[in-house]
Design a protein around this ligand. Structure first.
Ligand SMILES: [Zn+2]
Length: 194
């Protein structure tokens, strides 16, 4: 019995928590100008990098999110920060549009995909282990919460758009992951205006 309890505790500790993303309030987000909901679970995951600053603690990452949100809302005139979630090299996941909102991250795919963007430029180096673990965990959480399908396909932004994103090093890594889509993605016919 004692062994059983110890095992159970170890197991519980090993399971990631799915409600520990840094919320919009916590990083100081501006209100969104509009909200469009998408139907979930989605079958596509797109990986991005911000190609901007790296950040290694919650204060710096929160500051960076505010910079990116201002850029997306003021310079690009989007309703909000474009990605669904961002990830810092502090190992934290930051909520942007969240699981249920159509983003502005991967033109033509925004209403059928969720996008995770790691903060920094990953052409010449990989994100640290903390950030990569956070990315894997948040995808696992998305599946557990019914927001991402079990048989989802993962792509880099560059697979559907002329861009360096998510950077050469990060792209080479995600190509080795199980869910990476080695054939061109085929868009569901329901997707149109995003
Ligand atoms: Zn991108």
């Amino acid at each position: 019995m004692a062994t059983y309890i110890v095992l159970l505790l170890c197991f519980a500790r090993g399971v990631m928590s799915c409600d520990n993303a840094v919320t919009r309030d916590q990083w100081g987000a501006r209100p969104s100008r509009g909200i469009n909901l998408m139907s979930t679970p989605v079958g596509f995951v797109f990986i991005h990098h911000t190609a901007m600053s790296y950040c290694f603690d919650q204060n710096a990452c929160s500051q960076e999110l505010r910079v990116i949100q201002n850029y997306h809302m003021d310079n690009r005139s989007w309703d909000d920060l474009g990605y669904n979630f961002l990830i810092g090299e502090d190992g934290r996941v930051y909520e942007a549009r969240g699981w249920d909102r159509i983003g502005a991250h991967t033109y033509g795919w925004n209403d059928v995909a969720v996008a995770f963007s790691i903060m920094g430029n990953f052409n010449d180096r990989l994100p640290n282990d903390k950030a990569l673990t956070a990315l894997k965990n948040v995808i696992a959480c998305g599946i557990k919460m019914g927001k991402i399908t079990h048989n989802y396909k993962m792509y880099g932004h560059r697979d559907v758009r002329q861009t360096e994103c998510p950077g050469n090093s990060l792209y080479a890594l995600i190509k080795t992951w199980d869910h990476f889509g080695h054939t061109k993605p085929i868009k569901p016919t329901s997707s149109s205006q995003y």
